[in-house]
Design a protein around this ligand. Structure first.
Ligand code: COA
Length: 120
């Protein structure tokens, strides 16, 4: 279960300029917003959540909203990602890995899930 997404940083920057904190709150929690110091980070988080929604083959929508995916950081600034309990249960997700990068005006993220083995 793998997903990828790429997003234009200026698109996110304009969204923040126009709608301020409300734009961030649409796809990030308060804790996540506190981690955002630059638009590139916000764009990376957006890409990471879109990629996570692709990894479970739903996309962002009714089944899996932006707030069903939570991002945090390690002490070394590496991103960590986790789905809500509802999603983890439904898709039998054991563990989720994410990697984020930005360059040339774009942010890109890749997400990979490992799933629980079914009981035989
Ligand atoms: C940290 C490092 C992986 C970032 O790579 P980069 O090519 O400069 O930048 P990229 O755009 O590809 O990646 C940046 C993203 O990598 C992620 N990242 C940062 N540190 C990371 C780490 N230790 N492990 C995994 N991912 C990391 C973050 O998501 C970051 O974006 P964000 O902070 O906006 O969320 C790289 O600079 C590096 O290895 N540095 C060596 C350690 C270092 O110098 N640390 C600086 C503090 S002394």
């Amino acid at each position: 279960m793998i997903g990828i997404d790429m997003v234009s940083i200026i698109r996110i920057e304009k969204m923040i300029e126009r709608f301020g904190n409300k734009a961030l709150a649409r796809f990030l929690s308060k804790k996540e917003i506190a981690l955002v110091k630059r638009p590139s980070t916000a764009a990376g988080f957006w890409a990471a959540k879109e990629a996570a929604s692709k990894a479970i083959k739903t996309g962002i929508g009714k089944e899996c909203g932006f707030h069903d995916i939570k991002i945090s950081k390690t002490q070394k600034n590496a991103p960590l990602i986790k789905y809500s309990k509802k999603i983890r249960k439904k898709f039998m997700i054991k563990n989720t890995e994410v990697s984020i990068s930005h360059d040339g005006g774009f942010a890109i993220a890749i997400v990979q899930n490992s799933v629980k083995k079914k009981n035989k």
